[in-house]
Write a protein that binds this ligand. Structure first.
Ligand SMILES: [Zn+2]
Ligand SMILES: [Zn+2]
Length: 391
């Protein structure tokens, strides 16, 4: 059965690449992926595979019901793009200004669509059901996973598998981890309210830029001096807004940043510490502040049995040359929510071609990945589904 799947995937590889490139040329931002969702649904409709659209938003869920009863396995791929200008020089570069598939979700989608086509052709020999979850809006919290789950995408599902193509690891490598593999990803905003005025008369003002600058530096001490060094944590400020004329002292300044953690207690501690430090600095400078901390995705926590199951599968796939346990990633993923509901595991599929020495990281304007890795991802997910159903 597995051999049949591999033959089909090999035969459909060119189609997989064509789908990926089409999607790459037509990216859509999180929560606005109307045409991509339609494209996915139409692909299933053309094959005669039952499909449900508008699942929790732009989500699409297809189902392959085998000839014999059995368990239900879900496979998930996300399909949103990012607000980044594509700076690659390739024939399939984005045609949408300022929007780009810079994380490989086009590849995830192409992988799952073609895998589904191959599996559907084998449905007479299948015992059980394969649910194909095409999720919108992974890149932007609250993400699409929660609403898709609320809309029933996990109903009857016994286990879920998902993968991320990873362009900085070589093609042929599979990375797994039991327990936390990706971090909780939160967002905070601090607005400092000073008192603006003439740049020549600083003594009559309360300079919001000076206060916010101190804050940026002192916030670095949360990780270095507050959090237990054995607990991973990140506090990063990505945005510092205070745009005035050259001879004006800023009335307000706004900082926006992200916090990444794996442990709930550390997460809460950082949330409190940011406010305490802000309060202290503002008190000293006689300014006021507004603070908002928004919890994003929880950590992705892989289940033990399903992770060892995927490791065994990886070792059986001919193109997989390295199977290694990865360090946890500080990036976030709303795959976390599926794993809170059902058992499963999320792994990384290396997607850096041999001739690429310094790959551009995910979310980079020149990001690209080795398309051959899609075939490996399809074999991993397809084998996991078939083996789980025949277990
Ligand atoms: Zn991403
Ligand atoms: Zn991604």
């Amino acid at each position: 059965m597995i051999e049949h799947l591999y033959e089909r995937l090999k035969a459909y590889y060119d189609e997989m690449v064509a789908i990926r490139r089409y999607l790459h040329q037509h990216p859509e931002l999180s929560f606005q992926e109307y045409n991509t969702a339609k494209y996915i649904a139409n692909y299933y409709k053309a094959l005669g595979i039952p499909v449900r659209e508008h699942v929790g938003g732009n989500g699409v869920v297809a189902k392959i019901v085998g000839a014999k009863p059995g368990k239900t396995v879900a496979l998930r791929a996300d399909f949103d793009a990012l607000p980044i200008q594509d700076e690659k020089d390739v024939p399939y570069k984005s045609t949408v200004p300022g929007v780009m598939h810079a994380c490989g979700h086009d590849g995830h989608t192409a992988t799952l669509l073609v895998l589904a086509k191959a599996l559907y052709e084998m449905k007479k020999a299948l015992s059980g059901t394969i649910v194909l979850i095409h999720q919108h809006a992974e890149e932007y919290a609250p993400g699409g996973a929660i609403s898709m789950i609320e809309d029933g995408c996990l109903e009857g599902v016994d286990v879920i598998f998902g993968t991320h193509l990873w362009a900085t690891e070589p093609t042929g490598k599979i990375q797994y981890r039991t327990g936390p593999i990706m971090a909780a990803a939160d967002r905070f905003e601090i607005t400092i309210q000073g008192s603006g005025g003439h740049g020549a008369q600083p003594h009559k003002t309360k300079d919001a830029i000076v206060v916010a600058s101190q804050l940026v530096l002192v916030l670095q001490q949360i990780v270095s001096r507050r959090v237990n060094p054995l607990q991973p944590a990140v506090v990063s400020i990505g945005s510092f807004m205070a745009d005035n004329a050259f001879n004006v002292i800023a009335d307000t300044a706004k900082l926006v940043g992200t916090v990444r953690t794996f442990d709930e207690a550390v997460r809460s501690e950082i949330e409190r510490e940011i406010e305490r430090i802000t309060k202290g600095i503002c008190l000293a400078a006689d300014c006021s502040y507004q603070y908002a901390y928004t919890r994003g995705y929880p950590p992705v926590v892989n289940h033990e049995e399903e992770t060892s199951f995927i490791v065994k599968i990886a070792k059986q796939i001919p193109e997989v040359t390295i199977v290694e346990e990865t360090e946890p990633h500080m990036g976030g993923e709303d795959f976390a929510y599926y794993l809170q509901k059902v058992k499963g595991t999320f792994f990384f599929t290396g997607a850096k071609a041999d001739d690429v020495t310094t790959p551009f990281p995910h979310h980079h304007p020149k990001f690209d990945f080795d398309e051959k890795a899609m075939l490996i991802a399809a074999k991993m997910l397809g084998t996991a589904a078939l083996r789980f159903l025949t277990k």
